[in-house]
Design a binder for this molecule. Structure first.
Ligand code: ZN
Length: 148
């Protein structure tokens, strides 16, 4: 168990130090900013969506290791998924980090490395910030997103 935890921790550190899809997306069809006032995490999410399919997704911003790793893992996980599939993954992810257990862990893939967040309630909003921002993009919420 300890080995698995170390491995998960290493993956989170890797993603926070070398985030994937960390760049602006010039031709993005959607752009959204999110903010977590509890920790100070800021994210700008760029999404290209075509006929309900997320064809490309990138992010920029400054945040703690958990929010950056979560955004990095999220962009990897939902690229080339439909909006419906992406929202399903969010539901599972939220369940995992708030209860420690997902109903359909097979939908989460690498995102399950963040399962340990359940032990740090202060960090849950860091981990969900990218997802709340994504949800606002996909459901076309016009407000600036705060995960508070
Ligand atoms: Zn944070």
């Amino acid at each position: 168990m300890n080995d698995l935890r170390d491995l998960y921790q290493q993956i989170i550190i890797d993603h926070s130090q070398h985030p994937h899809n960390f760049c602006p997306l010039e031709q993005a069809s959607h752009k959204k900013e999110g903010f977590n006032p509890l920790c100070g995490d800021k994210i700008t999410l760029y999404v290209n969506e075509k006929s309900g399919l997320i064809t490309d997704i990138c992010f920029q911003g400054a945040g703690c290791a958990i929010s950056t790793a979560s955004a990095s893992l999220m962009t990897d996980a939902i690229k080339n998924k439909t909006i419906e599939e992406a929202l399903e993954v969010f539901t599972e992810f939220q369940k995992l980090i708030t209860t420690g257990k997902a109903d359909h862990p097979e939908k989460l893939g690498k995102l399950s490395v963040l399962a340990g967040v359940v032990e740090f309630p202060m960090r849950i909003k860091c981990a969900t910030l990218p997802w709340h921002t994504l949800k606002a993009v996909l459901t076309k919420d016009q407000n600036i997103i705060s995960s508070e």
